[in-house]
Structure formats: C-alpha cells, structure tokens
Ligand binder design. Sequence first.
Ligand code: NAP
Length: 480
Amino acid sequence: MTAAAQPRVLIIGAGMSGLLMGIRLLQSGNTNFRIFEKAPKAGGTWRENTYPNLACDVFAVAYTYSFEPNPDWNYRFARGDEIQKYFERCERKYGLAPFISYSTAVTEARWEKDHWEILTASGERDRGDVLVSAAGALHHPNYPDIPGLREFAGPCFHTARWDHTVDLRGKRVGVIGTGSTASQVVPGIVDKVAEVHLFQRTPQWVMPTPDRKVSQAERARRHRFPWLLRLQHRLGLFLMEIFSRGVLGNRLLLRYLEAGCRANLRAIRDPELRRKLTPDYPAACKRLVISEDFAAAIQRDNAHLVTERIERIEPGGVRTGDGHLHELDVLVLATGFAPYKLDFEVIGAGGRRLAERMAGSPLMYRTVGVPGFPNYFVLFGPYSPIGNMSIIENSEVQANYVLQCIELIGRGVLRSMNPREDVALALKEDMRRQIRNTVWAGGCNSWYLDGNGEAVVYPFQYAHFRRELRAPLLADFETT
Ligand code: NAP
C-alpha cells in the first residue's frame, strides 16, 4: 500500500466519467491520482465524434455535472462542439491538467497481490491502490462485416472518425445504419450533397422533440438566477425518470411514447416510405431515436431510403440484394460501436483476465465492481442505467460510491475489496428476472444485448440504483 491517507488512484480515460472521478477526488482532498488518456485532449465521446449535426438528444440543462450547471448552452439540445468545450472548461476550472497524462495509452493493468500495476504503450509503469476504468461504453467503432468494404473506391469512414477533409458538396453519399447517429447525420448533410442514400436494415422509432436556439435573454436569466438553472436541471432529470418508467415496463407510458413516434411517422407523406420506416417491435426496445428533423430530411427529393439487403460493396457503390448498384462517391458507416470494449488488458487476482469475465454475459457487481478484480471500479460500464437515465447522473452516483471505497482504504479500514462472486451472481439473477419485464426484452436487436442476446442494462427504477450505491456493503466483499 502506498500513502495511507491518500490511496493512489489510477484512472483510465479523461472523458465525462474520468474527469468526474478526478474532480471528486480533488474535492475529497485526495491529490494522489493520475488520469491516463490516450488522446491529446479530454472529452471522450465528444472529442471523438465530430460528424455534421452532432448534438446530444438529452436536454442540455440536464446534460451537465450536478455541481457545474451551464447557463451558456446555445440550444435546447446542445451541439457536440459546445459539449466538448464544456468538458474542456471543467478540466481547466477544477485544475485537472496536472493530473492527466495525455497521449498516454494504457496497454495493461495487473493486480499484484495488494496493488495495481499499469503499463503504458511507451513502456512506462505506474502503480496504485485503486484502478478506475472510465474508458467509455461506446468507444470502438463497429466496422460492418460487409463483403467488399475495403474495395470502395471513394472515401469511406465511420461516423466516429469523420473525415473533414472530404468535401461532401455535390457528392453522392451513402450512409449505412439508421441509429441515433445516422438520424443526425442525414439531416446534417442532405442540403449539401447531391444525393444521400440511407441503407436501412431495421427501421427505428423516432421521437420528434422540438429543438430551438436558447435566446440571449434566457441565457442571461440563467446567469442571473442560478436557482432557475438548478430547477431546469432537476426538471430535465425528472422527465428522464418518467421515460425510464416507460422502458422499465410501464405500459401506459410506453403507449404514449409509441403514439408520439407514430405521429411522427404520419408526417411521412408517401405511404410506401412510411411503411418502410415503420418498425415491427415496441418503441424504445432499441435506443429511441430523438430527432425533429429526420422525417423531413428523408423526404427530400435527393434522399433515398434503401431497404434492400446490402449484398456487397463494390468500388463504385453498394450492390443490394435486388442486383441494383447504388452508385456513390462517399460511404459513411453509421454502424454503431462494439460496446464496453477496452483497448487494454486487465488482469485480476490469480491472473484472471477481465476480457474472459466479460465475454458472453458480463458479470458485474452492482454495476461498478467485478468479482476477482480487487480495488477495481468501472464507471459507466455494463449494467449501468445507460438506456434510461442521464449518463452523467449515472456516473456521479457511481463515482460517489467509488470515492467511499477509496476513503475506506485511506482510513485503513481495509486494504483491498473484492466483490464476492456469489453475491454478484445472485444480483445478476435478480437483474435478469427483472430485465424480462422491460422493453429491451421486446424482441429487437440492439447494442444493449450481450453475446447471448440478453440486455445488459439496469432494469430497476433509478431510486433503486441510488440506494444500491449509497454506501459500500462490506459483507458483499472479500476484504484484506
Ligand atoms: P446504433 O444505434 O448501434 O445503430 C447502428 C446502425 O447500424 C443500426 O441501424 C444497425 O442496423 C446498422 N448496422 C450495423 N451493422 C450493419 C450491417 N452490417 N449492415 C447494415 N446495417 C448495419 O449506433 P449509433 O447510431 O451510432 O448509436 C449508438 C448509440 O450512441 C445510441 O444508441 C446512443 O446511445 C448513442 N448516441 C447518442 C446520441 C445522442 O444524441 N445522445 C447521438 C448518437 C448516438 P440494425 O438496427 O439492423 O442492427
């Protein structure tokens, strides 16, 4: 064990959760930590995603740390670049820079009897009492396994690797995928390109939530009356809790959600296009798409919805099952992410590999721990309430819990805490039973599902989550 009063904490990732963990540590008086960030700057998903029309579909007033409200959002749904600036501002304001090692990729973290050893890509080693993975849930682009993908003659890139050197003006652009990302990209490019061809495998429910610019007067009011902003923050979270009740099984709320999406579909004038865009699974089974402008964009004369199965990609475009070649100049892969994948190896007690523990159906302890991995904590990992709650609020609850564990170590109450496997398995069984009552078990395919086709989401009400993580229950751990 290193410094007793201030256990040394190693944090991987300087996105929303990693910065939060750093801020919480500083607020608790612990300066004995280091954040490893493989990129040259902070921001996580908001640094990596820069595609046209990128915005957050959570009310901006609710998309902040609770202790750092932002009166300056320019839109009801904040744009990607302003969110990135918000996190960079937090990094500066809370003085985190000296604690962050930028451009430093962790390749391996290994538990060595009573501490964690970290190895970086440059061969540097560090050690700490506690390891916090804040590496992000949707970080690794999913490149589709479509024959011929590499043969495409024009520029081809994933939405999370947007190539801004490619001028889309006057081009024929193909977009594969119809998730939240594609539904933002298509309205973002349709005015600029000659044609956009949207390749849809499965239709999505789309909820139109009106966006608008925030007036100068309203921003001034938010500055002048901080209580107003706090109230709006609470209200935004409250609306998400209502949404959460729907996805967790409240049929009335689900019907209401679906009715909103159906009303949006009625705005599609062409019955054939409307039919193609109508899903055959319950609304919110896949992550609900929130978009005010997708319906209008896909009805533009230069927009084409393609529902024929993609057979292969050829140098000149996309060949569909009906034999038609959709000729394209640029191909955009809006095909989502491999969720929860890590770029580093985590090796726990007895040489156990985290990747093996997470393969198929992951085993987590109360969303933050993993049996066999002492003093290892995950923020925003599998089974977190990611499909139903504000991810920032989620990470705050988790970070506060982790902080309490760190403080137990600092006070000398224990040196290491390893979640008991039997406890984690029993909790997992409870979750699996409950998941069957949620909309995620509605028969659709989505990134919420694990390798066995089961949803790895948090199936209980948010109050239950807060209660579970209010304080560590020592009886749930093997401790030294
Ligand atoms: P996604 O929801 O996983 O959607 C991926 C899309 O690609 C789906 O339409 C999928 O079709 C399609 N696809 C995947 N592989 C394919 C293949 N081989 N051939 C044809 N189509 C294929 O990914 P995403 O849109 O990037 O969104 C991921 C998550 O990021 C969202 O659920 C959300 O949590 C988050 N996000 C949030 C915001 C926000 O505003 N807060 C914005 C963007 C993204 P199938 O449906 O048939 O599988």
